[in-house]
Structures are given as structure tokens and as C-alpha cells.
Design a protein. Structure first.
Length: 389
């Protein structure tokens, strides 16, 4: 028994934010039916394009689409549109991240589907929302989530050009957001008997993610600048490079509490008497000098040396992991961050990232592999026709 066993989701989407939500729901036990155009979700081909050598596997696609059933329908065809309407009539959730105007033109807008199925939860993910001057603009997480939310401008000091975020970050946060909304709407349906529209966007999720600095902007009309690491106001919550070139982050948010343990760990107790650094205010005023001193100190030994001393003296810290280090991180492995995905027609068996929620008494995770394009078309449509009879 899984937490979403018996819940059917019809997913009409592409790329990441919508399918990512469908991937979460599939891992939690929902029957997620992925409706694709005859050419398939373009994410199936993206990795081949990026790799430049026709790589048939697409790990980003596999992550968000394992465990689903793939149905191919050509929505330019009236017959296939009718098949999709019949399929949605059997569903608990209709999930889409097509642009709102595109879904409306196809005849699958929320008003139409909710009128036909009052128990349906209609979940829509968009770039910029359902209303407003840019409601129908194309988004992608780099534009709608990262750039337009203010995140890109705050990720670097003011005199530095913006940098791109890692692929899919905003999509996955937005996908997780709509998944929470879907589950809340399903819970509400248990009490009211009625479904409803659930709506989020990359922009809204990005603005919520930037809630701290934006709340300060709203309240005081100003923002805290992003300082270079060499001048950050609290040197005890900053990144440092050890002598072997590996980085770590000190996490001394409570500056006076974390200052004495750090001095013991680096063997510099005399700095407690240095008038420049004796208080949080002094360390803030003299931050460049203290950061330079710590840089010089940490350059004298490798990261393992320093982190062993940190642990001995209860200094809070975290490694700045490379991706290769993440996948071998014993804590990440112990925390269940990775999972074995079974073979499917769309992919060989492989190790992958696990969706980020576990349940105490019910299993979660991929129950089947990655579907081949259209693998389940005949199977699913036969189920629909049996239900119609």
C-alpha cells in the first residue's frame, strides 16, 4: 500500500516542472499516465543534443518520468482529443504545464474539464501565472524562476554579471510546490466531494523562494547587498579554501557563541584578546582583516585536517561538495538520497536521485522503470473503454 495508491493522474506536459511533479506523485504510488505527442517529450532528446554524440539515454528525463505509463496522442486529431477527454474522465488529477492559452485552445482548460468532472483536481503549472500581461509568455526556470524573481541579481555581488543556475533547480522546486497543492486539494476533496483548480508558476515559486530578501524590500524599501566573500559581515558564516584546494563553509550564525570554539579548533586562542575581533561588531567592522587571517590559516592544512578539528571542538561546518563527492557522500547515502530504478523500455536499470520525502509506514520510490514513448497507449485506452462500458 502506498500513500497515493488508487489515485490516477493524467499528465499533459513536457520538459521539467510539470513532469517533475508527476514524477513525485508516481514515486508516492499514483498511477501517472504521461500523455505525449507523437514525437515525444523533448526532454527525451535533450541529453543527446547536449552530449553531441547521440546518447540514447537521457538521465534528466528518466528522473522525472520513471514509474509512469506513456500514452501517445496527437492532439491535432479530433479522435485523439476525444480519447484524452475520455481518459481525463477517469482521472483524479489532471496535471499540465503547457501554457494556459495553449491548453485552452486544445479544449482542456480548467472550466471545461472541471465542469465535466466535478471531482477532478486540475493542476496547472505555468511560467508566469494564469493572469496578467505576461501570462502566456514562455518561461523556463532560468527566466521565470531565477532571473525574474530577483534571485539571479542577488546570487552575485552588485558589480558582477549574473550567472546561470544549475539546470532544473527552479523546475523541481516548482514541481514540488504544485505537488503539495495537489495533495492538499485531494484532501479537501475528501471532505467536500469536489475537486478544484490548483495553480502555481515558476515566477511565484521563485518569489516565495526569495521570500526573505523580498520581505525586507517590501518592509523597508531596501535590500541587504550580496557581499564578496572577502568582505562578508560575519566571517564565521563564510566559505573558505583549505590547503588542498577543497572548500568548506563555516556555519557560525550566532557569532559570539561560535567564536570561541573556532579559535580552539584553529589553535589561535590569542585572537580572543585582539581588540579588532573581540566582539561580533568588531569582527563585522574588521571583517576583511579577519577573513584574510582565516584564509591564511586554513591554507596551511588540508580540509580533512580542519574538519576533524572542527568536529573535536564543536565548530559548525559543511563541505562544499563536488557532484562526484555528493553521490559518494555517506550521509547522503544513509539519508536515502539515491535509489535503484528498475529496467524499463525507456531506460536500462540505473542508480538515480530519490524524490525527497519518505513515509514511515508506506513505501515510496519507483515501482517500474522509465516508459518507452507510447509504450502503454493501447493498454491505457483499453482500460478507459472498459470503464465506459
Amino acid at each position: 500500500m502506498t500513500v497515493l495508491e488508487g489515485i490516477r493522474v493524467v499528465e499533459l506536459g513536457a520538459w521539467v516542472a510539470g513532469p517533475g511533479a508527476g514524477g513525485l506523485l508516481a514515486d508516492w504510488g499514483a498511477d501517472v499516465i504521461k500523455v505525449e505527442a507523437p514525437e515525444g517529450d523533448p526532454m527525451r532528446r535533450l541529453f543527446a543534443v547536449l552530449s553531441g554524440h547521440g546518447e540514447p539515454q537521457s538521465p534528466p528525463f528518466d528522473l522525472d518520468n520513471r514509474g509512469k505509463r506513456s500514452v501517445v496522442l496527437d492532439l491535432r486529431s479530433e479522435d485523439d482529443r476525444r480519447d484524452l477527454h475520455d481518459l481525463v474522465a477517469t482521472a483524479d488529477v489532471f496535471l499540465t504545464n503547457l501554457r494556459p492559452d495553449a491548453v485552452e485552445r486544445l479544449g482542456f482548460g480548467p472550466d471545461v474539464l472541471l465542469e465535466a468532472n466535478e471531482r477532478l483536481v486540475y493542476a496547472q503549472v505555468s511560467g508566469f501565472g494564469r493572469t496578467g500581461p505576461d501570462a502566456h509568455r514562455a518561461g523556463y526556470d532560468l527566466g521565470a524562476f531565477f532571473a525574474r524573481s530577483g534571485m539571479a541579481s542577488q546570487a552575485v555581488p552588485p558589480d558582477q554579471p549574473p550567472v546561470a543556475n544549475a539546470g532544473g533547480v527552479g523546475d523541481h522546486i516548482t514541481g514540488t510546490t504544485i505537488t503539495a497543492g495537489i495533495c492538499a486539494a485531494l484532501f479537501a476533496r475528501e471532505r467536500s466531494g469536489r475537486g478544484q483548480l490548483v495553480d502555481t508558476s515558476l515566477l511565484r515559486a521563485g518569489i516565495y523562494t526569495m521570500g526573505w530578501p523580498l520581505t525586507i524590500q517590501l518592509r523597508y524599501g531596501k535590500h541587504l547587498p550580496t557581499d564578496p566573500r572577502t568582505t562578508v559581515g560575519n566571517p564565521l558564516i563564510n566559505s573558505y579554501e583549505a590547503g588542498d584546494g577543497r572548500w568548506f563553509w563555516l556555519l557560525g550564525l550566532e557569532a559570539d557563541r561560535h567564536w570561541p570554539p573556532l579559535l580552539r579548533a584553529i589553535g589561535r586562542p590569542e585572537l580572543a584578546e585582539d581588540e579588532r575581533f573581540g566582539s561580533a561588531k568588531g569582527r563585522r567592522i574588521n571583517a576583511p582583516a579577519l577573513i584574510a587571517l582565516l584564509d591564511e590559516t586554513f591554507a596551511t592544512a588540508d580540509r580533512d585536517h580542519w574538519t576533524a578539528h572542527f568536529d573535536e571542538h564543536d565548530v559548525w561546518w559543511a563541505p562544499v561538495n563536488t557532484l562526484a563527492e555528493v553521490v559518494d557522500d555517506p550521509q547522503a547515502v544513509a539519508a536515502g538520497a539515491f535509489v535503484d530504478v528498475p529496467e524499463g523500455k525507456g531506460s536500462a536499470a540505473h542508480r538515480a536521485v530519490m524524490t525527497p520525502v519518505d513515509f514511515g509506514t508506506t513505501p515510496a520510490g519507483p515501482r517500474r522503470g522509465v516508459p518507452g514513448l507510447g509504450e502503454h497507449t493501447a493498454e491505457v485506452l483499453a482500460e478507459v473503454r472498459r470503464q465506459e462500458r
